[in-house]
Design a protein around this ligand. Structure first.
Ligand code: HEM
Length: 337
């Protein structure tokens, strides 16, 4: 299968039976917001991209639930997304797409296709209390009970895949216990892939970006019944009284780190540079324009930031274009040339 064949197949396989083909196949429920980014005083030494050199850059962001379900299940355990578009002063844009999972499931597009096929949601198979005790005695983790109204689950297939494919185990385990945040701005988000940045002295560095919430990470209590739809309202209410902020951290890779495989984390003691602060301060009324119609792309980059050779990062560039065309979103500026 050629590259574009896989990119297309990936979009197809990500659609869930409870999704809506007119919407995104994943990260379907979300909310658009606006704000600005201010670089730290040292950021420009490490990356010459415009938004690290200029005082302040306006941004459009979209927070999302990772699931492809077309109805909000905010209180369910799920990965969340934060896509940021920096509106540069020369009129161009650059995107940074991140999620709450610190690593990805697969090192290659082919492997992710197998994973996504294996993890296609299946009818929820519950376990009796006896089965749970029996499993615990054998040190098999008991399965989570379905949430009220949850009939299909991707966990079953994902766990089976991870049993056969050790590289997927870290992400599958992290995803299985990720929980639900009290707010979209009380999560940390990771861009996961390696990018190559050029510094003021032309030094090129292999780096990974993540957003850390200034307010700290806070999850809901998993023992309380989940609330279906609260995150969008919470964000509107919060921003009406105060802005929310995130620090942009950049970990610098070293010889021996895996630059082209986002399923492998780097050692936690890698040097991290504080690159700037994102302030999110408004939720526009028109959510069709500022959320539904938006299309982000991990390949929409600007001078000073390049993709690494990570094949998953490369295939995403095509998959996001295909998905955006299918749902008739406003083409990402990158697709137009
Ligand atoms: C081969 C791997 C992947 C594939 C095929 C894939 C596919 C997709 C597709 C098709 C969309 C919808 C795009 C649109 O219609 O605009 C999407 C959205 C999204 N993906 Fe991925 N994805 C992959 C990996 C990742 C990774 C590694 C991350 C985290 C860094 C990520 C984070 C997101 C987020 C946050 C959104 C929502 C963007 C928005 O708010 O518009 N994805 N993905």
């Amino acid at each position: 299968m050629g590259e574009s064949g896989i990119a297309e197949k990936l979009v197809e396989v990500l659609h869930r039976p409870d999704g809506d083909r007119a919407l995104r196949p994943v990260h379907t429920i979300g909310i658009g917001a606006t704000g600005y980014f201010k670089p730290s005083p040292i950021a420009r030494n490490f990356c010459i991209a415009q938004h690290f050199r200029e005082k302040r850059t306006n941004v459009s962001v979209r927070f999302s639930n990772g699931s492809g379900a077309a109805t909000a299940h905010d209180g369910w355990s799920d990965v969340r997304g934060l896509a940021v578009r920096f509106h540069l002063s020369d009129g161009s844009d650059t995107d940074l797409i991140a999620m709450t999972l610190p690593e990805f499931f697969s090192p290659t597009p082919e492997d992710f296709l197998n994973f996504a096929e294996g993890a296609k949601p299946k009818p929820y198979k519950g376990e009796t209390p006896w089965q749970k005790i029996f499993n615990l005695l054998q040190v098999i983790l008991p399965k989570r009970d379905p949430y009220p109204g949850e009939t299909i689950s991707p966990d079953e297939g994902a766990i089976e895949f991870a049993d056969q494919n050790p590289h997927a185990q870290l992400a599958v385990l992290d995803a299985a216990e990720i929980g639900a945040p009290v707010s979209y701005v009380r999560e940390s988000y990771h861009a996961v892939h390696t990018f190559v940045v050029t510094g003021a002295d032309k030094t090129r560095r292999w780096v990974r970006f993540s957003w850390q919430p200034i307010a700290g990470v806070l999850k809901t209590n998993p023992n309380l019944p989940p609330v279906d739809d609260y995150l969008r309202q919470e964000l509107k209410g919060r921003l009406a009284s105060e802005p929310a902020r995130f620090s942009l951290m950049m970990a610098v890779g070293e010889v021996g780190d895996d630059f082209n495989n986002s399923s492998r984390p780097w050692p936690p003691h890698r040097k991290r540079i504080m690159m700037g602060t994102l302030t999110v301060n408004a939720v526009p009324e028109d959510q069709i324009e500022h959320s539904e119609k938006l299309s982000f792309n991990p390949g929409l980059l600007t001078e000073g930031i390049e993709t690494s050779e990570d094949p998953v990062l490369k295939i995403r560039i095509d998959s996001y274009k295909i998905s955006s065309e299918r749902r008739s979103a406003t083409p990402c500026p990158f697709s137009q040339g």
